[in-house]
Design a protein. Structure first.
Length: 257
């Protein structure tokens, strides 16, 4: 109970602001640790975990599983003011954001992952996306706090919307499962093919040691070309057999060590 519509509006706004701050802070923590998170995000096991999480959340949308953190939220209600306190409203908004149920968690995770990918490409505005998500989720609360009644009424249509989100979440799970499969497939490289490629490059005049190559370049007054690759990189092996065997390319490489 807020006591008045004005106070209810302010309490609702405080509750919503806490949600926006929580999502924004969570997004910043993940995005600004882009180096660590990027490495984790490139792991097939991480993508499998995300896919399985989305499957569980999708099952909850179809009422196959029950995911409900509302009990924890009620236990954390420490306010004694019968009209509601701003501190309690802010705390409850933060708890509601962090303990989001199955209806919210998939969207939050997807937005944070999407924001991290955009920020990695140099788009700094991606830092605002989690905060914008929180603002969007917070919009109904000032209205609800004021006791206004023109919000949509619940009904059978909400069940259809819930199931539609379930289908979308399953599609997202399939996407991350496909990403994990692609990473696994890219790492399945024939060890014999790798060894053969290395031997061929050494026979063609490539140096296996950076120090030896630099000394040779200094002695011959040539530029240095460093070939960066990994034993699990299929594209590297493909380039060894195609691009680096092209006569025009090899002719240009004569000027390099």
């Amino acid at each position: 109970r807020a006591g008045s519509r004005v106070r209810g509006l302010l309490l609702g706004s405080t509750y919503g602001a806490a949600m926006a701050v929580a999502y924004g802070a969570l997004g910043l923590i993940v995005i600004l640790t882009a180096g660590t998170f990027g490495t984790i995000n490139a792991s097939p096991w991480f993508n499998i975990g995300i896919a399985l999480l989305f499957v569980v959340l999708a099952l909850a949308m179809f009422d196959v599983l029950a995911i409900d953190f509302s009990g924890l939220q009620s236990k954390l209600n420490i306010g004694n003011n019968p009209n509601g306190s701003f501190l309690t409203a802010f705390g409850m908004g933060t708890v509601a954001a962090l303990l989001a149920g199955a209806c919210v968690a998939p969207v939050v995770i997807q937005v944070i992952l999407f924001s991290s990918d955009l920020y990695a490409t140099g788009m700094n505005l991606a830092l605002l996306l989690p905060f914008c998500l929180g603002v969007g989720m917070a919009l109904p609360w000032p209205i609800a706090g004021a006791g206004l009644s023109f919000l949509p009424k619940p009904g059978i249509w909400t069940i259809h919307v819930k199931h539609a989100f379930g289908v979308f979440i399953l599609a997202t799970a399939a996407y991350y499962g496909y990403v994990a499969y692609g990473i696994f497939e890219n790492r399945l490289v024939d060890a014999g093919q790798v060894a053969s490629s290395v031997e061929e490059k050494l026979e063609e005049g490539w140096y296996g040691s950076m120090q030896t190559g630099l000394e040779a370049a200094h002695a011959e007054n040539k530029f240095v070309l460093v070939d960066m690759w990994a034993t699990w990189c299929k594209n590297c092996l493909t380039m060894d057999q195609t691009t680096l065997k092209n006569p025009d390319v090899t002719a240009e490489l004569d000027a390099y060590v």
